[in-house]
Ligand binder design. Structure first.
Ligand code: 13P
Length: 244
């Protein structure tokens, strides 16, 4: 299976207009059986997106995050049980570097993964190093610790999990990581998970756009893309979809 995930982050889009632009420009792209195209709007826009995309034969809905807690006195949070009230939500991003910077530790990310799996929502787990870590030559060690924090979870062997490798230094800069660097990290992630008997699809994210997506997708161990800025424009996102 291939995946194209849009992370709209804290942007409010004109959803009807976005869907129109996407549908008008995507032409004939792969069907849902081989390519899952998942849009992650902010929490408030999720119900509206579900309603407006109901006719689309391509678009699916995901969440940008979830609480690690069960429903209760946790101001401002949204639980996996709330997400599962929407049967249309099959995916949820966790461990995004922007959430890790806001306080999500590896332990919290693991709790979020567990909550999602309990609700049969597939986690899209973001991992990735800072520029400082990369330059200090500590990248593999850093990635290993992030992967190790959840990969001993027995239930992962029977549930689907998606890993998104997003080097922090490539996010939102307009300059994607070099292909050789992406390859090294993705191969390392794949090999590490295989030692735990976890078969995972691995995506790349970080300044992906229509122009660079084809080359990134040609890498054999890359199963898809997690796209921020370039996903805000329905036409550009449709062009990326055509490269699958
Ligand atoms: P950009 O595509 O804007 O670099 O964002 C990547 C990202 O953070 C997706 O989760």
């Amino acid at each position: 299976m291939k995946y194209l995930i849009a992370n709209w982050k804290m942007n409010s889009l004109d959803i009807s207009d976005w869907i129109l632009k996407f549908e008008n420009n995507c032409g004939e792209i792969s069907s849902r059986e081989t390519l899952q195209i998942v849009i992650c709007p902010n929490f408030l826009q999720i119900p509206f997106f579900i309603e407006k995309s109901a006719f689309s034969k391509y678009l699916l809905t995901g969440s940008q995050d979830v609480s690690e807690k069960d429903p209760g006195p946790f101001t401002g949070q949204v639980s996996s049980k709330h997400l599962s009230n929407f049967s249309e939500i099959d995916y949820c991003i966790v461990g995004h570097s922007e959430q890790r910077m806001a306080g999500d530790t590896n332990a919290i990310v693991f709790q979020k993964i567990q909550k999602l799996i309990n609700e049969k929502i597939s986690p899209i787990v973001c991992v990735g190093e800072s520029l400082e870590t990369k330059e200090s030559g500590d990248r593999e060690n850093f990635l290993f610790k992030q992967l190790e924090s959840f990969s001993n979870f027995e239930n992962l062997k029977s549930n689907s999990i998606i890993i998104a490798y997003e080097p922090i230094w490539a996010i939102g800069t307009g300059i994607s990581a070099e292909i050789s660097s992406i390859r090294e990290s993705i191969d390392f992630i794949k090999a590490t998970l295989e030692t735990k008997n976890i078969q995972s699809e691995i995506l790349y994210g970080g300044s992906v756009n229509a122009a660079n997506s084809k080359e990134i997708l040609s890498e054999k161990n890359i199963s898809g893309l997690l796209v921020g800025n370039a996903s805000l424009d329905g036409e550009e996102f449709a062009k990326i979809a055509q490269n699958f």
